[in-house]
Ligand binder design. Structure first.
Ligand SMILES: [Fe+2]
Length: 194
C-alpha cells in the first residue's frame, strides 16, 4: 500500500473514531479532549505525512485537505504555517482540534469581557496559553477565542480538524484588543447550504 493510501485509511479511521466519540457523548469538553488525543496520535505517525506530498506555502500558511466529509460533515486538513505567521485573537464559531506534526506554534486563549451591547465593540482578556509542538495539541469549543504565532525558525506543520469544512465555515469574529474592537468575516454557511 502506498503512503497516500495508508494516510487516507488513517484519516478515515480518525473520522470514524471522532464520530463514535460524539455519538456517545455529544460535543462535551471531554469529547473534544478525546478527539484531540486521537488527532495527536495520528500526527505522531510522521511517516504518513511526508513533506514532499504537501506543497509549502510561499508565504504565511496553507491548508491541504486530507479528508473533507460530504454535506455538513467535518473537515480534516494538514496545515503549514511559515515562520512568524501570526493570527490575532479570533473565534471560528465552530469547534476545532489541532495537533502538531513538527515545529512549534504558541496558542493563547481569551475570553470576552464586555456585555456585547455595542456593535463592533469587544474587550477580551487572556485566560491561558499552550505551545503546540509534537506530542501536543489543543481543542476549542464553538465560540472559544484563540490567537496563534509560529515560534522558532521552522514552519509549524500540523493537523487540524474542524466541525465544518473550511468552505462551509460560519462567520469568524476577529478581535483587536488594542482598539477594543471586533469585526466578522461573512459566513460561508449560506452559500454552502444553497
Ligand atoms: Fe483559529
Amino acid at each position: 500500500m502506498t503512503v497516500s493510501d495508508q494516510r487516507n485509511r488513517a484519516c478515515k479511521k480518525l473520522l470514524a473514531d471522532v464520530h463514535a466519540i460524539t455519538a456517545k457523548e455529544g460535543l462535551t469538553p471531554s469529547a473534544l479532549h478525546a478527539m484531540k488525543l486521537k488527532l495527536v496520535g495520528l500526527a505522531a505517525k510522521k511517516q504518513l505525512f511526508p513533506l514532499a506530498d504537501f506543497e509549502m506555502p510561499l508565504a504565511e500558511g496553507r491548508n491541504h485537505p486530507l479528508l473533507v466529509e460530504d454535506n455538513d460533515g467535518h473537515g480534516l486538513y494538514l496545515t503549514i504555517s511559515r515562520t512568524g505567521k501570526e493570527a490575532a485573537p479570533h473565534d471560528h464559531g465552530i469547534w476545532c482540534v489541532n495537533a502538531a506534526i513538527s515545529g512549534r506554534e504558541l496558542h493563547k486563549f481569551f475570553r470576552r469581557t464586555d456585555n456585547m451591547a455595542r456593535p463592533g465593540h469587544a474587550t477580551v482578556e487572556q485566560v491561558g496559553e499552550v505551545m503546540i509542538e509534537p506530542g501536543s495539541g489543543m481543542a476549542m469549543a464553538d465560540h472559544d477565542i484563540h490567537s496563534t504565532v509560529v515560534v522558532g525558525d521552522e514552519p509549524a506543520i500540523g493537523l487540524a480538524l474542524y466541525g465544518y469544512a473550511l468552505l462551509r465555515f460560519p462567520s469568524v469574529a476577529w478581535y483587536v484588543p488594542q482598539f477594543s474592537s471586533v469585526r466578522t468575516t461573512p459566513s460561508r454557511r449560506h452559500t454552502a447550504m444553497a
